[in-house]
Write a protein that binds this ligand. Structure first.
Ligand SMILES: *[C@@H]1O[C@H](CO)[C@@H](O)[C@H](O)[C@H]1NC(C)=O
Ligand SMILES: *[C@@H]1O[C@H](CO)[C@@H](O)[C@H](O)[C@H]1NC(C)=O
Ligand SMILES: *[C@@H]1O[C@H](CO)[C@@H](O)[C@H](O)[C@H]1NC(C)=O
Ligand SMILES: *[C@@H]1O[C@H](CO)[C@@H](O)[C@H](O)[C@H]1NC(C)=O
Ligand SMILES: *[C@@H]1O[C@H](CO)[C@@H](O)[C@H](O)[C@H]1NC(C)=O
Ligand SMILES: *[C@@H]1O[C@H](CO)[C@@H](O)[C@H](O)[C@H]1NC(C)=O
Ligand SMILES: *[C@@H]1O[C@H](CO)[C@@H](O)[C@H](O)[C@H]1NC(C)=O
Ligand SMILES: *[C@@H]1O[C@H](CO)[C@@H](O)[C@H](O)[C@H]1NC(C)=O
Length: 440
């Protein structure tokens, strides 16, 4: 496969790189996004991003996380083989652009995870909230471009910065991943480093797959167009709401005054079948301690609602679903409301149920969810299949009052546009007969 170099040091293929950046900067409508497939793990309900790392390039799977300030992966001696890695000196400006850091010393022979005067970071697992201290590394990263042709050239980012980690930090993540891909707001996240290296827009889009059998897609460094299993540009279907910064970070090892790397949006109300719930508006606003508000997170498989919102939501949903001739049956954990599957009419966008609208900063900006996103089908041997309302009770005094989780994002295209500081969403692409897989 042809490799296009985009290194800072620009050791080779400089002309090709110059040509690519020229196209990107002169004709914004022809931005070439980098693409990565996303897969869903049935055991953990988490999502995995596939990319290439090291020299020679090795396919690598990382847990997709919409937060964290940097990417991390295990680099013990036996698994980390690369001819191109190097450490970051402790007193460099690159090292001090991370918060917090430590400086490592090595008492063995030097290795990826062992070096002296090596800038070290605190990688964190967002599922278990475990953390440890490990050296930072710079090595090669590559992703394919989407050029609409049958062979897709890889674009090389030769100075990709990330943190090492240990095998123990992988606990709670899908079995085949070797670390975490940070898609957070930070200047060192995966999308930020791609955009900084290629001088492409600080914007990425995701389409999470609804099943483990079909891959989904991530597009980096482009505000569109986006083509999935369709000939229509899906960026035209996006509706936007401002992204909000939570002023208080939520990492285990913190450095004062670092804002959160997570994505918050201005959810102001929830409507079921068009009727608004009464919600205490103050908990939908992020306060000065970082509490309240609505964030988007792939660390939660299902949307989590603060108790008072959850109660109002369930009560109203059950009320509205009586018009659909649905009668509740025994609930299945972790859900509170389930219905026998045989009572449902199936539609293109899942079982027919009352619509759930997330109302954003303005009354007319709605993110509409149909049965495929609001309901979860549960089949167990010897028990009648049920559809359960796929929202869970998060208890009181939650850091975020609403966490929009993975299931509610599936088969939707969502865009995180840091150029315009806005979040774009489409509603279910199944309405347009489009799935999340991309075509070369
Ligand atoms: C960093 O430390 C090394 C070794 O201690 C030293 O040679 C170098 O000048 C320092 N660089 C800066 C930018 O302080
Ligand atoms: C890593 O491997 C190298 C070469 O095989 C060896 O010299 C070194 O001692 C190992 N380091 C550790 C920390 O195991
Ligand atoms: C993990 O990888 C192994 C070997 O590549 C493969 O056989 C297995 O199906 C994978 N498991 C999952 C859950 O992806
Ligand atoms: C982000 O990182 C790039 C290098 O990767 C650097 O040139 C730029 O100044 C940084 N921006 C900010 C706001 O820190
Ligand atoms: C709304 O929530 C805030 C913060 O939790 C609380 O102080 C206030 O009393 C609540 N208001 C109502 C009407 O429940
Ligand atoms: C639904 O709620 C309305 C008022 O909001 C109430 O009049 C009606 O009786 C409720 N229906 C059911 C089935 O609970
Ligand atoms: C609900 O059941 C009633 C009585 O059986 C029927 O008249 C009505 O059409 C049904 N409504 C729906 C939405 O299926
Ligand atoms: C959220 O939207 C409401 C209604 O438009 C507005 O009053 C409020 O200032 C917004 N909050 C933020 C943090 O932008």
């Amino acid at each position: 496969m042809p490799l296009l170099s985009s290194s800072h040091s620009c050791l080779c293929n400089c002309n090709l790189f110059a040509a690519i950046t020229l196209i990107l900067s002169l004709t914004p409508s022809l931005q070439i996004p980098l693409l990565a497939p996303i897969s869903k793990d049935d055991t953990t309900q988490l999502y995995t991003l596939s990319l290439y790392l090291k020299t020679p390039l090795q396919p690598t799977k990382l847990h997709l996380h919409l937060g964290s300030s940097f990417t991390w992966l295990t680099c013990d001696n036996s698994t980390y083989t690369s001819t191109s890695y190097h450490h970051i000196p402790c007193n460099s400006s690159l090292c001090s652009s991370f918060h917090p850091t430590a400086c490592s010393t090595c008492f063995h022979s030097p290795a990826p995870n062992c070096a002296t005067n090596a800038c070290s970071l605190f990688p964190e697992n967002p599922i278990t909230r475990n953390t440890l201290l490990a050296t930072a590394l710079i090595d090669a990263l590559a992703l394919p471009t989407s050029d609409g042709s049958t062979h897709s050239p890889l674009v090389l980012i030769s100075h990709f910065i990330f943190s090492c980690s240990e095998h123990s930090l992988l606990q709670g993540l899908p079995v085949n991943v070797s670390g975490l891909a940070s898609l957070g707001r930070s200047n060192h996240s995966l999308p930020a480093q791609i955009s900084n290296s290629l001088s492409s827009p600080r914007c990425f889009a995701l389409c999470l797959p609804g099943s483990s059998s079909k891959p989904g897609s991530a597009f980096f460094g482009s505000t569109g167009p986006y083509f999935l299993s369709s000939k229509t540009d899906l960026s035209k279907s996006l509706t936007y709401t401002p992204l909000i910064v939570n002023p208080v970070g939520d990492t285990v090892i913190t450095d004062n005054a670092q804002p959160s790397d997570e994505y918050f949006i201005n959810l102001t109300s929830i409507k079921i079948n068009g009727n608004p719930l009464s919600i205490n508006a103050s908990i939908l606003t992020v306060d000065s301690n970082g509490f309240g508000g609505t964030k988007i997170s792939t660390a939660e498989p299902y949307t989590v609602l603060e108790t008072s919102i959850y109660k109002a939501f369930v009560e109203r949903f059950v009320n509205e679903s009586s018009a659909f001739n649905l009668t509740v049956t025994e609930a299945v954990e972790p859900f509170g409301v389930c219905y026998p599957a045989k009572e449902f009419t199936e539609t293109r966008v899942g079982p027919a149920v009352p619509t759930v609208d997330l109302v954003m900063h303005s009354e007319d900006v709605l993110w509409r969810m149909f049965g495929g996103n609001s309901m979860v089908r549960i089949e167990k041997e010897g028990v009648e299949a049920v559809w359960c309302l796929g929202f869970v009770d998060g208890g009181i005094r939650r850091r975020a009052a609403v966490v929009i989780g993975g299931h509610q994002l599936e088969d939707n295209l969502v865009q995180f546009d840091l150029e315009s500081n806005r979040f774009g969403f489409t509603s279910s692409l199944l309405l347009q007969d489009v799935t999340c897989s991309f075509q070369y």
